[in-house]
Design a protein around this ligand. Structure first.
Ligand code: ZN
Ligand code: ZN
Length: 598
């Protein structure tokens, strides 16, 4: 959640409901385990949790019992009463709760809140009570327990969590719950969770044979199988052509560079923990690249540039390597090597406005072409510590803001949230389950032009420093592919489907005509396969549907006699006895339009 989103959330009724549900859950747990110790229980995105130190491990049956008891407490319509207390009073109330005592000490010192987060000022110490349960808490809560609907919350699962997130501390038991204003909202949320499991790109990646990670090769390193690689080629080809048509120049750069380069760029000062150990080449250190920028800069520097040469827009599918702890690696979305669709724009001050506009317009065009429709922009502005001239920051930030507004994108501003080297726009897409994914970034840089001494000769005959913009569009090809798989649930638009049509003869006597159909489609550029197995038609259809192949052409006696086909589409639709030429025209039209829907 963004800073702004979080603040809005904290003021919402939903936040109070979840926070109150956490307290009610803690009451139910303490009734079950009177000797139990409670630690913290905040609302989180979509729900809440509470951490407990209990004499035995919780079971799923316990959760049912706790839920049941929670419903009874809710029915009791107990008020949530706030009392401000002194530190000594608080210590008395929680004398048998060592975790709370530790938190009270933190509050006393004025350093930490009841969740262990740093606080700017020393707050009042307050407790909230409902029924018999008292918690150290700054609120806010609902008025009374009945504001939580007994059919609009659910306890989800039990997990281990270290006290204060520190693995040197004791491992506690965390119960996660979810709570909503209405039963329907809960239902919708549970459906989304189920759907997300079905759409998990790691699961679909295996089922559809798209990619894998091999222990032999190493964690976080992706092997693209033929079908996944084909989709990547189609995306890359489309996007590369679009780049060329939009005034970008394509470049290639190596995977490693000398230590000196990364000293100049500052990566070895500021980014070293994300870089892999150097390799020695003839006594000199070389590093695998974590970013492509320095290479593009060197291309820019290879000539003396005049104001007439600008803007220069260099684009590359640049493969970079960044260290990630093995614990955080996740399918295609958190990896150790990935390919960015990276570009760097070098321009004059008077070109900034147009360049930013073009970059945003172009990003939206390519993303929409991929079947993504909903976007949200985040504008990050100048932080306290920054490099460069404040006037340049102002100009750049305003150019970003105007571009967002011109494209009517909903956006939030992260005031002071920019990198030290420049303001940026992050463009996030909402997928089919309303999940936000960050893909595109348009990022100014007032640091690297300085470090590399970039310049162009202006109209006045004097050297000037160009503006530099980093721009990634789909972001990482790996991550984007993960998003694409989950967004479409593996049922890619026809133009991206590795196999677009499966020809399904009903019996052996239809094989010859089926081959004819296969060859005709292939000649028209359709990616088509023939299922020659001696399986029943329904089994063949089922298998093709499982592979999410958009079209199945069933061929039996009637079809053969009339020179026709019967069409099945992957979502179950059916159309019998259509002319092959009609099917072809329709398929080609959808492919040409890159339509997301069949
Ligand atoms: Zn609380
Ligand atoms: Zn860059």
């Amino acid at each position: 959640m963004s800073q702004q989103g979080q603040e809005k959330y904290e003021e919402s009724q939903l936040y109070r409901i979840r926070h109150s549900a956490a307290h009610i859950m803690a009451q139910a747990v303490l009734e079950m385990f009177p000797e139990g110790k409670i630690s913290i229980g905040p609302p989180v995105e979509n729900g809440f949790y509470y951490d407990f130190d209990l004499p035995r491990n919780l079971t799923p049956e316990d959760l049912e019992q706790i839920e049941k008891r929670m419903r009874q407490i809710i029915q009791g319509k107990y008020e949530f009463k706030k009392t401000v207390v002194s530190a000594d009073e608080a210590k008395k109330i929680f004398e048998n709760q060592p975790y709370k005592l530790e938190l009270i000490e933190g509050l006393e010192k004025g350093g930490l809140d009841e969740y262990g987060n740093p606080l700017k000022e020393r707050p009042d110490i307050s407790v909230y009570q409902q029924d018999t349960f008292v918690d150290l808490c700054r609120g806010p809560h609902v008025q009374n327990t009945k504001e939580i609907k007994p059919d609009a919350f659910k306890l989800m699962n039990i997990a281990g969590a270290y006290w204060r997130g520190d693995e040197k501390n004791k491992m506690l038991q965390r119960i996660y719950g979810t709570a909503w204003e209405k039963a329907d909202d809960l239902k919708q949320h549970l459906w989304k969770l189920e759907e997300a499991k079905k759409r998990d790109h790691r699961k679909l990646g295996k089922e559809l044979d798209l990619f894998s990670v091999s222990e032999e090769v190493g964690a976080g390193l992706i092997l693209w199988h033929p079908k996944g690689a084909l989709i990547r080629v189609l995306v890359e080809d489309f996007s590369r052509n679009a780049h060329l048509e939009n005034g970008y120049e394509w470049v290639f750069s190596p995977h490693i560079g000398r230590a000196q380069l990364w000293h100049t760029s500052g990566h070895l000062d500021f980014y070293k923990e994300s870089m892999y150990a150097p390799m020695d080449i003839e006594g000199e250190d070389y590093y695998a690249k974590p970013m492509n920028c320095p290479f593009h800069i060197e291309i820019f520097k290879s000539h003396l540039r005049s104001y007439r040469d600008l803007p220069r827009r260099y684009a590359e599918y640049g493969t970079v390597y960044r260290y990630e702890r093995s614990g955080v690696l996740h399918g295609l979305t958190r990896v150790r090597g990935f390919t960015q669709d990276d570009a760097h724009i070098f321009c004059r001050p008077d070109q900034v406005e147009e360049e930013i506009n073009r970059a945003l317009e172009f990003s939206l065009y390519v993303l929409r072409s991929m079947g993504l429709q909903e976007f949200r922009a985040y504008l990050s502005t100048r932080p306290e510590k920054y490099v460069g001239d404040p006037a340049n920051w102002e100009k750049a930030t305003e150019a970003l803001r105007r571009a967002i507004e011109k494209h009517n994108l909903p956006y939030e501003v992260d005031e002071g949230g920019g990198a030290f080297y420049g303001p940026k726009i992050d463009l996030k897409v909402m997928d089919a389950l309303d999940r936000e994914w960050q893909l595109s970034t348009i990022q100014f840089d007032f640091n690297l032009p300085e470090r590399f001494g970039l310049e162009y000769i202006g109209e006045d005959g004097k050297p000037h420093q160009p503006y530099m913009v980093h721009r990634a569009l789909l972001g990482s090809m790996e991550r984007f592919f993960g998003v694409l798989i989950e967004h479409f649930s593996g049922a890619f638009p026809v133009w991206l489907s590795p196999v677009q049509t499966m020809v399904i003869p009903i019996a052996d006597r239809h094989l010859e005509y089926a081959r004819e159909v296969l060859n005709k489609l292939r000649a028209e550029g359709i990616r088509v396969e023939l299922d020659e197995r001696a399986e029943r038609m329904n089994a063949k259809i089922r298998d093709a549907q499982k592979q999410k192949i958009p079209y199945m052409l069933v061929i039996g006696d009637n079809e053969m006699a009339a020179g026709q086909v019967s069409l099945r589409v992957r979502d179950g639709g059916q159309q019998n006895n259509i002319l092959l030429s009609d099917f072809l025209a329709r398929a080609k039209d959808l492919i040409a339009k890159r339509a997301a829907e069949l």
